[in-house]
Every structure is written in structure tokens, then in C-alpha cells.
Design a protein around this ligand. Structure first.
Ligand SMILES: C[S@@+](CC[C@H](N)C(=O)[O-])C[C@H]1O[C@@H](n2cnc3c(N)ncnc32)[C@H](O)[C@@H]1O
Length: 217
């Protein structure tokens, strides 16, 4: 192969790899599905923008509170938040994949029995009564849920009046949910925008549920 043809071949190969990657990401985006357990190492990598301390700063977990995490995966954030609600609070962590639930159970035990209740369940039908939680959070999850509207309805339902909801999103997650879209959807449900940290490409956004008692359903 001549020295002029080699770069062209390499460029063509790179182009193909890029196209395949783009096709994969587009297909994944239009077919929301849970991040496979086989990719658990990728979700445990350090995150420069959506950090644990930023999450705690905007979520404001307090000792004694009952919190909900939807889609904890392997528990990147769970332990940090659980320590903030000790000694009498609990983080209920609901994931749709049983491998993730078991992984989280093992991780929290190894960390010294943190106050975490791993539960297998679906964001679209949360296994809790109305008005259960002081706060809820989900990071890199909403875009994986096939019916995001339903998931937001459920989150609003299980929050106590005045409860906090924090949603975290970051590129290059193929299921990234943009902030403006999220805000419109949340506000349609009476969740009031209360601040955002990070950037448009990687953020935590906080919404507060109405403080008024909801009418009986
Ligand atoms: C990309 S991972 C993020 C995990 C974790 N939040 C983090 O930031 O490391 C998405 C997680 O959401 C879970 N998930 C996806 N769809 C779900 C649903 N409908 N209900 C509950 N969990 C879901 C997946 O199983 C997976 O553990």
C-alpha cells in the first residue's frame, strides 16, 4: 500500500466506525431501553460535571428523610445520598433490572449496611402509595424509560406536598433529555422549577412539588 493510500484507508475506516456508532446511538435513542448490566463499568466512571457533591448540593438530603432514587444502576450516587439521611432516614432505590438491584444490595452491604432499600420496580408504576417521599432523584434514567410522561406522573404522585425532585442528565448519553423539554414537562405537572447546576450539556435540575394537599383521587 502506498503512503498516500494508507491515510485514505484509515480515514475511510474511521468514517465507517463513526457512522456505525452514530447509527447505534440513533437506534438506541429511538428505542428507549435500560442500559444493559454488561455496561456497568462504563456507568461507574468518574463524572466531572454531574458529581456526587453537586447532586447533594441541589437535592439537599437531610437526616431522617425518606428518599427515592429511580434507576440507581450500580449505585454511583446512592451511598453518598444515604449517608446524608443517616441515622434514621432511608433511600429507596428502584431499578427495573434485577442484576442492578442485586449489585446495589451487595455494594451497600460492603459499605457497612447503609440505609438503602434496593427494590426491583418500574419508573412507570412505582410500588409506593401517594405522598411517600420527601425527595426523589434520577440520573441518566429518564431517557431510558419508554413512557417518560408516565414516569414523571409517578414521581409527582409519590412526592409529599412540597417534596423535591432532582433530574440529572449528561451528554454523550444517547438517551440525554434536554433541560428545556424536561422543564416544560415538569411544569405541566405542577412541579415548579427551583434551580439548575452544571451546563446545558450536563446538569442537575430541581423541581418542587406543590405544597398544597392534593385533592383525593
Ligand atoms: C444509565 S444507567 C444510570 C444509573 C445511575 N443512575 C447512574 O447515574 O449511575 C440507567 C439505569 O436506569 C435503570 N432504568 C431504566 N429504565 C428504567 C425504568 N423504567 N424503571 C426503573 N429503572 C430503570 C436501568 O436499569 C439502569 O440501571
Amino acid at each position: 500500500m502506498s503512503s498516500r493510500r494508507l491515510p485514505r484507508a484509515v480515514a475511510a475506516l474511521l468514517g465507517l466506525v463513526l457512522l456505525a456508532g452514530l447509527g447505534y446511538a440513533l437506534r438506541w435513542r429511538s428505542n428507549p431501553s435500560p442500559c444493559p448490566y454488561a455496561q456497568r463499568h462504563a456507568i461507574d466512571l468518574p463524572r466531572p460535571v454531574i458529581t456526587r457533591s453537586r447532586l447533594c448540593g441541589i437535592l439537599e438530603p437531610r437526616p431522617g428523610e425518606r428518599l427515592l432514587e429511580v434507576g440507581p444502576g450500580t449505585g454511583y450516587y446512592t451511598g453518598t445520598v444515604a449517608r446524608a439521611v443517616e441515622p434514621s432516614g432511608t433511600v429507596h432505590a428502584v431499578d427495573v433490572q434485577s442484576e442492578m438491584v442485586e449489585h446495589l444490595r451487595t455494594r451497600t452491604r460492603a459499605a457497612g449496611n447503609l440505609p438503602v432499600e434496593p427494590v426491583r420496580g418500574d419508573a412507570r408504576a412505582l410500588p409506593y402509595p401517594d405522598d411517600t417521599f420527601d425527595a426523589a432523584y434520577l440520573v441518566l434514567v429518564l431517557g431510558e424509560v419508554p413512557d417518560q410522561e408516565r414516569a414523571l406522573d409517578e414521581l409527582e404522585r409519590v412526592l409529599k406536598p412540597g417534596g423535591r425532585l432532582v433530574v440529572g442528565e449528561s451528554l454523550p448519553d444517547p438517551h440525554f433529555v434536554g433541560f428545556e423539554r424536561l422543564r416544560r414537562r415538569a411544569e405541566r405537572r405542577g412541579l415548579t422549577f427551583d434551580g439548575r447546576v452544571g451546563t446545558r450539556a450536563g446538569y442537575f435540575a430541581r423541581f418542587d412539588a406543590s405544597a398544597a394537599e392534593r385533592p383525593p383521587r
